[in-house]
Design a protein around this ligand. Structure first.
Ligand code: TXE
Length: 494
């Protein structure tokens, strides 16, 4: 059942600068991952276009009242923006689905409302984080005054384009900054509509800008721009490190990084309902075909429950139906690009060369509408140094390791480089708490896996999985800098 015709979705192949759509010569092709066809061309902002966008943002930040207006008025604007997004839910979901891996049903039911509600969440912080009064001597007054940075640069990945705007742009705008965003060159279109809606909601022209292009040209120019006072990025650890290095050399300036992961799902044999856990574990690695930063890609399971759990997972893997993002019956979306699929196949091959066995999957589905659809894959017989355990695959590929004691389980759950998230399944609250303390990860989920709409819980990694947080109060604070004020009023007594 086709929910919409992809060829009918018109997109704006343009930048968004100074409050308006700015068409430019298309130099890149944007493919639909679902069928591998070119959907539209995309401009490639060079350093001078990036400079124009940043200058625009800087002027808007200085000369409009965005940073100075009553914070509650900023909050009202963000809430209006959220309302407009929801009112256009169906159109935005199709725009999101056509060139990404987001099934349109999920985009409508989850991504669009999540984007809107995220903006509302950040709006609520607009007047809550003004700073503090410092404990100084009695005849002095010390203030720590929270102020926005100015122009924040944001670079986002292809896996959740709309939601990323909510997290990055929402937090920055609530704090009173202007933003220049570079979305992924693979999923660049839906955010242009968001920017138009921002203007309609009352965000002053120039406060939210978008430059289109790749990382090497456009992303790099944005990172290096001297008027960008803070960078925020979600993507691979390698690119995050490059951005951090360039921020250090050009400024320096602070950077928030939400990076890769290799997150464990640790299952103890006291779980009361193995089948329920099988469902959670399977969803945590097949949702968005595993193309989620917090995907639970390593199953660490206690021996007594291993066989039953693995059977339950394999059964669920087998029931998934690959299909285009506009196919209402499909339950497994495509891989974002042929290159990503080739990378995944290479890791699976190297995993087998290193001694791993495939319980199921391991390759691409045959036939279909074009595009690359990866078979949900279970890999057994792996050790900690196996490539499938070491490297972020970013696909529906789950490795399995078994353990006997709690201590062994926790040791296996640790990863040499990553610490983004972890799941723990047990009926024993003491064991759950010991695991929570023992796991070196930015998020620990207990008897569940995955984010909820509790936006107040921040997200972000330990180790090479990142620096700083998206969501939560911490995300807004990261968009503020603090001015120290000390006033001596002793003299006025005399
Ligand atoms: O990511 P990149 P890619 C992981 C995942 C995936 C791998 C590669 O393992 O397989 O990364 O994906 C921009 N200066 N994740 O190549 O390169 C780029 O244009 C400035 C995890 O898509 O990190 C895009 O907008 N910007 C992840 C963004 O960075 C640069 C989400 C992300 O691209 C740049 C996505 C540069 N030098 C991939 N180079 C997660 N944590 O959710 C690239 N970019």
């Amino acid at each position: 059942m086709q929910i919409f015709d992809p060829r009918s979705i018109a997109v704006q192949s343009a930048h968004f600068i100074g409050g308006r759509v700015v068409p430019d010569t298309a130099l890149l092709n944007v493919l639909r991952p679902s069928d591998g066809q070119v959907h539209a061309g995309l401009p490639l902002a060079d350093a001078s276009t990036v400079d124009a966008a940043v200058q625009n943002a800087w002027q808007a930040w200085r000369h409009t009242d965005w940073a100075r207006r009553a914070p509650r008025e900023r909050a009202r604007v963000l809430r209006r923006w959220a309302d407009l997004i929801e009112a256009e839910g169906e159109r935005l979901a199709q725009l999101e689905a056509v060139c990404s891996t987001r099934p349109v049903r999920d985009a409508a039911a989850w991504d669009v409302p999540f984007t809107a509600e995220g903006l509302r969440f950040f709006s609520e912080y607009a007047d809550k984080l003004g700073g503090e009064v410092a404990a100084t001597r009695h005849d002095h007054l010390g203030l720590v005054v929270a102020e926005p940075y100015g122009v924040v640069g944001a670079i986002t990945p292809w896996n959740f384009p709309l939601v990323m705007v909510s997290w990055k742009v929402g937090a920055a705008l609530a704090a009173g900054n202007a933003v220049v965003l570079k979305p992924s060159e693979m999923t660049p279109f839906s955010v242009i509509r968001l920017a138009e809606l921002a203007i309609e909601a009352g965000v002053p022209a120039g406060i939210f800008n978008i430059v289109q292009g790749d990382g090497r040209t456009t992303g790099d120019a944005l990172t290096r721009h001297p008027l960008i006072s803070k960078m925020t990025f979600t993507g691979s650890t390698r690119t995050g490190a490059a951005i951090m290095a360039s921020c250090a050399l050009q400024g320096p300036k602070p950077v928030t990084l939400e990076l890769g992961g290799k997150s464990p799902q640790l299952v103890f044999d006291d779980v009361p309902d193995v089948d329920r856990v099988a469902g959670i574990v399977a969803r945590a690695i097949t949702g968005n075909a595993g193309q989620v930063c917090v995907a639970g890609s390593r199953l660490i399971v206690q021996r007594g429950v291993a066989e039953a759990l693995i059977d339950g997972i394999a059964q669920r893997f087998g029931a998934l139906k690959p299909g285009a993002t506009w196919d209402g019956q499909a339950t497994l979306p495509p891989i974002i690009s042929a290159q990503q699929a080739a990378r995944m196949l290479d890791i699976v091959e190297r995993a087998r060369d290193a001694g791993a066995q495939l319980r199921c999957g391991g390759g691409l589905f045959d036939g279909g509408p074009g595009g690359a659809y990866f078979q949900p894959t279970l890999i057994e017989g792996v050790t900690a140094d196996n490539p499938a355990v070491q490297e972020e695959i970013f696909g529906p590929v789950l490795t399995v390791q078994t353990f006997d004691t709690e201590e062994e389980g926790l040791a296996l759950a640790a990863h040499e480089h990553y610490g983004l998230a972890a799941g723990v399944h047990t009926a024993d609250i003491g064991r759950a708490m010991r695991a929570m303390r023992g796991l070196s990860a930015g998020t620990v989920w207990i008897n569940r896996y995955g984010r909820s709409d509790d936006f107040v819980i921040p997200t972000g990694g330990y180790h090479q999985s990142g620096i700083g947080k998206d969501l939560g109060r911490q995300a807004v604070e990261a968009n503020l800098r603090f001015k120290s004020v000390l006033m001596d009023f002793a003299a006025t007594h005399q």
